[in-house]
Design a binder for this molecule. Sequence first.
Ligand code: ACO
Length: 326
Amino acid sequence: MKRIKIIGTGSYLPEKVLTNDDLTKMVDTSDEWITQRTGIKERHIASQEEATSDLGVKAARRCFETFDIDPKSIDCIIFGTVTPDKLFPSTAIYVQKALNLPNIPAFDISAACSGFIYGLAIANGIINSTSMKRALVLGGETLSKVTNWNDRSTCVLFGDGVGCAVVEESHDQSGLLSIYIGADGNMENLLHQPAGGSRNPATFETVEKKLHTIHMEGNEVYKYAVNTMQMAAEKALSMANISSEDIKWFVPHQANIRIIDTTAKYLKVPKEKVFVNIDKTANTSAGSIPIALDQMNRDGLLKKGDIILIDAFGAGFTWGASVIRW
Ligand code: ACO
């Protein structure tokens, strides 16, 4: 098996910032409630004209420029998102078109917050089983477009943004030491967008009832998130034969600071090794991990040889974790 490694990262967060105080003018909430329950202080919101692929293209261009990667060297585009530009064709197609990379395969993955890790797993398979050498893996959302801005139990939680990574075969010790993904459809109704697909096509009624927005049983999701993120992380660590003490950075999905803190505690990872940016980004679903990795990369936090554990959980439920030697 070839081991793949990340050779560049990029991210893009829309310009507009919506603070907790701004939200208090829209729904019955407070900065104190949101901060204490979630750790979120602000989130970025896409403009009306910005679709998910627009954010993805900006993230990819930043990655190519910063890490001096020739876009023409990309063999495949994989986009983890549940807020596609259109139900079809895929959002990756629009990225391909904007980057002018004709003929290479481009497709989306619907795995909610685990979409980026699913994307890495698929890129790993493609690089190992075809003649393709380099993949652009993106993850991210414009969740603001499917948020019910009258529902205080969900509208305070999410933000927009896309992150990405370019991966290729590693010829040294660096790269993905393990990758583990999974899913359980039995709890699909705890976190979903009820209408807009073939089960519930769009009608005046579905729009009136706001069935095209995020519906979530937060309490239930919380319980599964903590236990599943611990399980996924432990599985990825054991597959890589790495102990949690060897981790330099734990980069969990940024859904809720309490989920992050509890998972880190279960894994016995001390606070100073846990990367957190949820205060500035909120939950960007599939964007959360690649945005975090790019921020860390740009801030010089990732050094060659560092062991990094990424860990995600999302609607489906889906989950994924990977141990990476940087
Ligand atoms: N402001 C003020 N009060 C609120 C708000 C708000 N924004 N939202 C809910 N409340 C109220 C509720 O109405 C309830 O009031 P009541 O006691 O009078 O009935 C009270 O606060 C407590 O509500 P809970 O839902 O029990 O609050 P909880 O402590 O569970 O926090 C939260 C809610 C933050 C959603 C939490 O359950 C959570 O984070 N769950 C996980 C969600 C998650 O991670 N989802 C994403 C994972 S998958 C993905 O990323 C797509």
